[in-house]
Design a protein around this ligand. Structure first.
Ligand code: ADP
Ligand code: MG
Ligand code: ZN
Length: 613
């Protein structure tokens, strides 16, 4: 994509000026340097050359005698002055041209220039240069107060296009309509359709909002101004508003065009109601300016305003009301097909062996954003290079998912034998409970190689196909699976460890949600006791109930988790032999694939009944 910035004098310009000044100064202060080479000789040499008639011309000033010889290209010599009263006679006798130049006192103007103006001028120049540098670093620019530094992208062949954005079909369709309107406005106005003035892309981080906007720039044949909300937040009061004004002035001159404001929540935050001290006046001014500029434009002016945010709920209602950002385009986390498509886009950039199964990778990377998927491909490529291979294999991809999910493998052995055994039983506990329940996602992998994220091991389940609904039983089974790790520890070692901290947190969260959000506790029914905060960021929930209810919610949560824990323990106790056999294999191999796990599980049935553990 071609990027044009506000023209600025290049650095070389200042260097050239500085060089020029230095050269001039040199000429003034060391005039000799600018003249041909003069070699210094002793006075005696001067006299003997004079005697031999080799000297052609002599000049003398207050400090030295300069003379040239009679060779074809006269060489220049100089020597010091001696107290020599007969010199003039001897020069006369030798028939040499000699003189002493009249030294004029330097003109007062020149000396004034030399001693004052030039140093001061230099000083000012250096000062200006420094302040420019400072302003680049610090964001304040005394020379360009309030100039917007929006970048203009214009269409070019190398740019991002809609083809680079995978899986966001609805968003792409909505945006191409916008682009089409800018190209053929009459097609729409003939029917009487009015295009939305502003389009807001909303969705969790890493889903490709910025990428989509860039693709619009690549697809549209119109100028594209792009600026990030944080760039409006200025050090001086009023600067942000001035920047907004300047941005829209530029846009108005270039219409039809698209203005893209990324991360608009930084300036578009809800204004505080009720006056008071400590309000953020600066941000409010900027927002007000933005609102009033938006009112001044509409589709007929040919200026389309795009913005992106992952926190739509905190935007000021004035921004989202009809006539401002009245079209919202959700850019959600990709589904299975979307993930596969995104992997395909990024896989084009790396060499892969034919055995790589991107569908499988997409299935394993449930919940990953586009940015995560791009990262998975890149990590796999890095791993291939690290291992001295020229193509990326399926194994690279599998390991890369683990890296993105759980961090890198820790090479040095951090666990002692007993710990390793406990972790093996813990992980098999999860896997076994999952496998022995109906309708649980199949186990894809079990590993007890510690990860840099702190995980000592993990069990990965991969759904065969995407699921959009979970039944009450599904959630209960999931809680049972999560508690299966701790259950195995308790059964086998009769002691429990801190290793389950993360599991406990997850189980609690699920059980709580059953009560407060999913209406799955009979005594409450369909009542929500929690409100979600920050739809796209993990903003958590605010509770919304009386303190008595709160106490009851806690009791129910404890009850659900306890029941599932008992269920998991029961399942494991009934299958103790399998637990032992799989845990021992895992302890040896450190990693088991789903198939290996299933084949041990389905081996010849146990001879004895449920053994005591
Ligand atoms: P956002 O602005 O929504 O936080 P970005 O647009 O910055 O996310 O996405 C970050 C990177 O993730 C992109 O540069 C791209 O490599 C990758 N990515 C995200 N979504 C997609 C997608 N739908 N198709 C292809 N690549 C994507
Ligand atoms: Mg972004
Ligand atoms: Zn666990």
């Amino acid at each position: 994509m071609k990027e044009i910035k506000t023209p600025r004098k290049p650095l070389i310009f200042y260097y050239v000026i500085a060089m020029g000044i230095l050269i001039l100064l040199n000429a003034f202060i060391f005039p000799d340097l600018m003249q041909p080479q003069v070699s210094e000789v002793p006075y005696s040499t001067f006299l003997s050359m004079l005697e031999k008639g080799e000297v052609s011309e002599v000049s003398r000033d207050n400090v030295q005698i300069t003379f040239s010889d009679r060779s074809q290209t006269p060489r220049l010599f100089k020597t010091g002055i001696m107290d020599d009263p007969t010199l003039v006679d001897r020069l006369n006798a030798a028939g040499v041209r000699f003189y002493s130049p009249i030294v004029e006192p330097a003109s007062p103007l020149a000396s004034f220039l030399m001693t004052w103006l030039i140093p001061i001028g230099l000083f000012v120049l250096v000062g200006q240069y420094m302040s420019r540098r400072m302003s680049k670093l610090g964001g304040m620019n005394a020379m360009q107060l309030g100039k917007s530094n929006a970048k203009i992208y214009i269409e070019s062949k190398t740019g991002v296009s809609f083809a680079d954005v995978a899986g966001q079909e609805e968003a792409k369709e909505a945006l191409s309509e916008v682009v089409d309107f800018l190209h053929n406005p009459q097609k729409y106005t003939e029917v009487g359709a009015v295009m939305p003035k502003g389009v807001l892309l909303i969705g969790p981080p890493g889903t490709g909002k910025t990428l989509l906007a860039k693709a619009v720039a690549g697809e549209a044949n119109v100028p594209f101004f792009s600026i990030s909300g944080s760039e409006f937040v200025e050090m001086f009061v009023g600067m942000g508003a001035a920047k907004v004004r300047d941005l829209f002035k530029q846009a108005g001159e270039k219409a039809p065009c698209i203005v893209f404001i990324d991360e608009i929540d930084t300036i578009g935050k809800r204004r505080e109601s009720g006056a008071g001290f400590g309000g953020n006046d600066e941000r409010e001014q900027t927002l007000n300016q933005l609102l009033s500029e938006m009112d001044g434009f509409d589709g007929r002016n040919g200026v389309m305003i795009l913005a992106a945010t992952n926190r739509p709920e905190i935007l000021d209602p004035a921004l989202t009301r009809p006539g401002r950002f009245d079209r919202r385009i959700p850019v959600e986390l990709p589904d299975l097909a979307g993930r596969e498509a995104i992997l395909r886009v990024h896989a084009k950039k790396v060499k892969m062996t034919p055995d790589v199964d991107l569908k499988q990778v997409a299935r394993a990377a449930a919940g990953a954003s586009g940015a995560d998927l791009a990262n998975i491909i890149n990590e796999a490529a890095l791993r291939a290079v690290r291992n001295g291979r020229r193509t990326v294999s399926q194994e690279d991809m599998e390991e890369s998912i683990d890296v993105v999910v759980a961090g890198y493998q820790k090479k040095e052995r951090v666990m002692n034998d007993r710990e390793k055994k406990i972790v093996a039983y813990h992980e098999v506990g999860h896997a076994l409970v999952a496998a022995l329940q109906t309708d649980s996602a199949p186990v894809h992998k079990i590993t007890i190689i510690p990860r840099t994220s702190g995980a000592l091991g993990f069990t990965m389940q991969v759904e065969e196909e995407e699921r959009f609904l979970m039944s009450k039983t599904d959630i209960e089974n999931k809680i049972a699976t999560i508690t299966g790790g701790r259950a195995a520890e308790e059964l086998v070692f009769d002691s429990i460890t801190t290793g389950a901290a993360n599991d406990i947190e997850q189980a609690t969260k699920l059980a709580r949600a059953m009560v407060t959000r999913f209406g799955m506790a009979e005594e409450f029914g369909m009542v929500a006791f929690e409100r979600q905060q920050g739809q796209y960021l993990d903003g958590g929930f605010v509770s919304n109930c009386s303190s008595e209810t709160q106490g009851r919610i806690d009791e129910l949560t404890v009850k659900i988790v306890r029941e599932q824990y008992e269920k998991a323990k029961e399942t494991l106790r009934a299958n103790a032999q399998k637990l032992h056999r799989i845990a021992e294999t895992l302890y040896e191999k450190e990693t088991l694939t789903g198939e290996q796990f299933m084949s041990i599980l389905n081996e010849a049935p146990a001879l004895e009944g449920p053994a005591a553990v």
